[in-house]
Design a protein around this ligand. Sequence first.
Ligand SMILES: O=C(O)[C@H](O)[C@@H](O)[C@H](O)[C@H](O)COP(=O)(O)O
Length: 257
Amino acid sequence: MAESVTEKSKAEVKVYDSEEELAVALAKYTADLSEKFCKERDAFTVVVSGGSLIKSLRKLVEPPYIDSIDWSKWHIFWVDERVVPKDHPDSNYLLAYDGFLSKIPIPAGHVYAINDALSAEAAADDYETCLRHLVKSKILDISKESGFPKFDVMLLGMGPDGHIASLFPGHPLVHEKEKWVTFIKDSPKPPPNRITFTFPVINSSANIALAIVGAGKADVVQKSLGDDKSSDLLPVQMVSPEGELVWYLDKDAASKL
Ligand SMILES: O=C(O)[C@H](O)[C@@H](O)[C@H](O)[C@H](O)COP(=O)(O)O
């Protein structure tokens, strides 16, 4: 059970005693949204990040959810991906496959990995083209407000510098307003070459959960959720979806709030 729940502007902040309890709550959150969207639109479009988030999704592939979720209606996307082969240790696809996708009966055609044979520029364009096709086929919703694709849920981590996806503090990409998917070749977090969704897409989401664990994130969590608005906004502070935003924190990450 969340130790505390607070409202920060449109965001809800839930703090858990441990990562284990956070993982249990994150699984319920995701399963509840899956039931809602599968009922409403016969599909569930899920965006995941890389990093420790995938580990925190582990309760989804255990009972009761492994049996109760209609995995055939899921469509999985990556909010960012390293431009490396899909079998490379740095691949977010490989991370998700090993930790999650290999354990669920999701149709292979519903897992949208990047084309790893392309350059960063071409892979970003190719991924955007894939999203545009899915909007046309109505698998992927479109925001009437923004005109950008509207994913049902984004499950995101945050870096210790406040980056989300591959959108880093002070990097011009945080201001990209036109593209759905873009690329970076100087990522401060290795490896350097990545593709990433842009903020217009991220902020058109119906739901976003930020799953943040560990004392190493406490300073940025405090800066992001505290009242200090003195300096430039961090990318994580620019996350403001059309729908609901929930911060899932363990006690260590929330220790400076
Ligand atoms: O490709 C990536 O590197 C991730 O998508 C990245 O955005 C990640 O979510 C954060 O860096 C947090 O990672 P940790 O949770 O492992 O700190």
